[in-house]
Each structure stands twice: as C-alpha cells, then as structure tokens.
Design a protein around this ligand. Structure first.
Ligand SMILES: Cc1cc2nc3c(=O)[nH]c(=O)nc-3n(C[C@H](O)[C@H](O)[C@H](O)COP(=O)(O)OP(=O)(O)OC[C@H]3O[C@@H](n4cnc5c(N)ncnc54)[C@H](O)[C@@H]3O)c2cc1C
Length: 375
C-alpha cells in the first residue's frame, strides 16, 4: 500500500514513525515537506526572547531516518483528493492512502497594516526578526494581539506577554513600558477556568492589561494604533501579533476545505474522500490547534492503517485529549489537561507551576527529538 503523508510536522512525523515501527521496511510511506527542518512551536518564544538561537532549535529532516519511510523535500503544488494524486515542484505522487497533515498557514493580508506596522512571533522568520527588534524597545506600550481565531496553541499569547514582562524587567525598563494582551476569548484558556484564573492572577501581579473578547482587525502604522473588532483603538509602540490562520493555499485550492479547513469525522480523521485522511491543524476536528492534538490524531490514523494492513481491530474513536505546558515566566511552567471530545462540552484541569513540570516540559521535547530525530 502506498501511503503518502503530506507535511512533516507533529502529525506527519508521528504518523510516519508509528507506521515505520509497526511495518518496518514494508511501510511504503512517502513523507513530503518543503522545509529542511522541523521546529517545535514553543521554540519560537525561545528564539524571540533570545533564549535560544534558531540554528540550535531546528531539527533537520536529514536526521529523520526510518525504515520504510522515504522523506522528500518538495513543495506540494496540487492535491487531487478524488484520484489521491499529489503534484509537487518535482513530480507527481500517486497514493493508495493519502494523509494531509499540512498544518495551518498565516493569512497576513487579512489584517491590514500588520506587515507594514507590526511584528509577529508565530513564524520562525517573525520570531527571529523580533529577536533583533526587542532590544530596541525600552519605553512605551507593547501589545500582544491576536488577529483571528482559531489560532495555534491558545496559551501561547499569554505566555508571550508573561515572558515579555520578564524580558523587560531583566533589562531594567519594565517600569517605562506597558503590556496589553488582546484576545478573542473571554478568558485566556476557556476550557479550563483554573488555568485562566491562574493566568489572570499572573497578569494582575505583573501589571499586564488583559483585553478579552476582542481581536485586532487592523493596524494603522502611521498613527501606531491597533484597531479592534469592536471599533476601539489601542495605541502601541511595539505590536507582537498572532496572525489570522487558515489552511495552506494548496489545501484551499484542492476543494477539500470548508470554512478554511478540512472537515473530518472527528472519531476517525477520515475526510469525505475515500482513503484520504486529514490530521492536525489543517483539519476541523473540534480540538485546539496544537502539536499534542496533531500527534493524537496521527496515532488514530496510524492504528487504523496498521489494522487494515495486518487485519487487527480498528482503534477506538479519537478522544480529543491533550496536555499543554504553560510558561508563567521566571522559569516556571504549569500544565493544562484538556478533553474536547469525550463529554458534552470541553473541560480542562490545571496543575500549578512546579519544578516537576519544568522537567516534564523538557522531557516532552527531548522524547520527540529522540523518537523522531534519533537525538
Ligand atoms: C508560539 C507557538 C507556541 C506553541 N506551543 C505549543 C506547545 O507548547 N504545545 C503544543 O502542542 N503545540 C504548540 N504550538 C502549536 C504547534 O506548533 C502546532 O499546533 C503544530 O505544529 C501542528 O502540527 P501539524 O502537524 O498539524 O502541522 P505543522 O507542525 O505546522 O506541520 C505542517 C507541515 O506542512 C508543511 N507544509 C505546508 N505547506 C506545504 C506545501 N505546500 N508543501 C510542502 N510542505 C508543506 C510545513 O512545512 C510543515 O512542516 C505552538 C505554536 C506556536 C506558534
């Protein structure tokens, strides 16, 4: 069976690894990505605040060597889900099973003024650029502003605001600066009231203004003002944006997407096209856009394919559960465990920041580096 996986992010890497472990040289997997390296989302915060160099956190796909998996560095230019045919800048790939794991892309044009008048920390390029900009910010108002929902890793804007507080404090300029956080949710992490309460308390202690229930709709670079979706205006000296997200253009052009993402059966990750699955941020699954959920979805698809090939039982339905580590600043890390699919509404529990959770977060990264990249 020719299994073609599009995208080598959290979802694609986990899926290819499980298939290789289970099927070895016979896995018949082709994994395609246009990049030459993988990056954990949270590494962008480390890069932006100068805690790590981009080169040190990039994980080259050259180190992803798995039996039965062929990695191709190619740009996907067209997907035909009916024929399960993929066109890239290097040729055409026919699949018996196609798995779309192309993540969410950024729609910078959806927020007029963002490119000219602001910065963003959600791409590697944006984080690297901010690393050079932040040292020059010594007074005035910084806004961490979300330009649309859904967006990846819902706690990340809160983390950015708290880490910015640390960064400015360490440099002795915090008293000359204001920090505001604009978010389209009513609370920082809606499914977990305890996590939200802990974050709101952390903002209050540090004098970070939380502006809930609104998104940034445009920037006026000439006046240095952020326009919110309710018509309010917030002046800024430094704008750290979370751009509006959407599925990559090639997915939108394929006819697979509805309302910006690929609809799937959330129990099985099947699309409406036979033998075509979609996992992770590219899909509408009913879970947040975060690496842990992309991995969880990939595990269900892997188990289905292994069962199909080896005649075992199909896996249970995807449960939509995941844990995210939350940076509270000053080196402390908390954890939120969320469950999106098993009950009538999403729920979440919170673990207070602790030294154990700092170690757990390190283990989260180290275990994936070892498992996927033999590091
Ligand atoms: C600041 C920040 C902090 C975060 N922190 C966390 C965290 O602590 N925990 C967590 O779980 N998640 C976190 N995330 C979210 C996480 O990074 C994403 O949700 C996750 O990467 C999604 O995995 P995925 O496999 O669905 O897609 P991705 O990891 O985005 O992978 C998609 C892949 O597709 C490739 N691709 C796209 N288009 C093409 C094309 N046309 N041709 C070829 N290749 C293509 C891309 O190069 C990419 O490698 C964070 C994100 C950010 C931005």
């Amino acid at each position: 069976m020719r299994i073609v996986i599009l995208g080598a992010g959290f979802g694609g890497l986990e899926l290819a690894t499980i298939l290789s472990d289970a099927l070895g040289d016979d896995a018949g997997v082709t994994l395609i990505d246009e990049n030459d390296a993988f990056l954990f989302g949270y590494s962008k915060l480390d890069v932006m605040f100068g805690r790590a160099a981009l080169g040190d956190v990039r994980l080259p796909y050259a180190d992803f060597a798995k039996p039965g998996v062929l990695f191709l560095r190619e740009t996907i230019t067209a997907i035909d889900p009916d024929a399960r045919r993929v066109t890239t800048n290097a040729g055409v790939h026919e699949a018996d099973v196609l798995v779309v794991a192309l993540g969410a892309d950024y729609d910078f044009d959806a927020t007029p003024g963002l490119v000219e008048g602001g910065s963003e920390f959600y791409s590697a390029v944006g984080a690297e650029r901010l690393r050079g900009v932040l040292p020059g910010f010594t007074r005035g108002r910084a806004i961490v502003g979300v330009c649309g929902a859904p967006f990846k890793c819902p706690p990340a804007p809160s983390e950015a605001a708290l880490l910015l507080h640390d960064y400015l404090s360490e440099r002795g300029v915090r008293d000359d600066c204001e920090i505001a956080l604009v978010m389209p949710f009513g609370t920082p992490v809606p499914p977990s009231p305890d996590t939200s309460a802990a974050l709101l308390a952390a903002f209050a202690e540090r004098g970070i203004e939380f502006v809930p229930g609104r998104r940034v709709s445009s920037l006026d670079p000439a006046r240095r003002v952020a326009m919110l979706d309710d018509g309010a205006e917030l002046p800024y000296d430094l704008f750290l944006g979370v751009p509006k997200h959407r599925a990559p253009g090639v997915v939108l052009a394929s006819g697979m997407a509805e309302d910006g993402y690929v609809p799937v059966d959330s129990r099985t990750l099947e699309t409406r096209f036979p033998d075509v699955y979609a996992v992770g941020d590219v899909a509408t699954v009913g879970v947040p856009k975060a690496g842990v959920f992309s991995e969880g979805a990939a595990r269900i698809v892997a188990a289905s394919l292994v069962a199909q090939l080896q005649g075992g039982e199909r896996p249970a339905a995807y449960d939509g559960r995941g844990s995210c580590y939350v940076e509270f600043g000053a080196g402390s890390v908390g954890r939120v465990d969320v469950d999106f699919l098993s009950g009538p509404k999403p729920t979440g529990t919170f673990q207070e920041p602790s030294a154990d959770l700092v170690a757990e977060k390190q283990h989260f990264g180290a275990s994936r580096r070892a498992r996927w990249f033999n590091r």
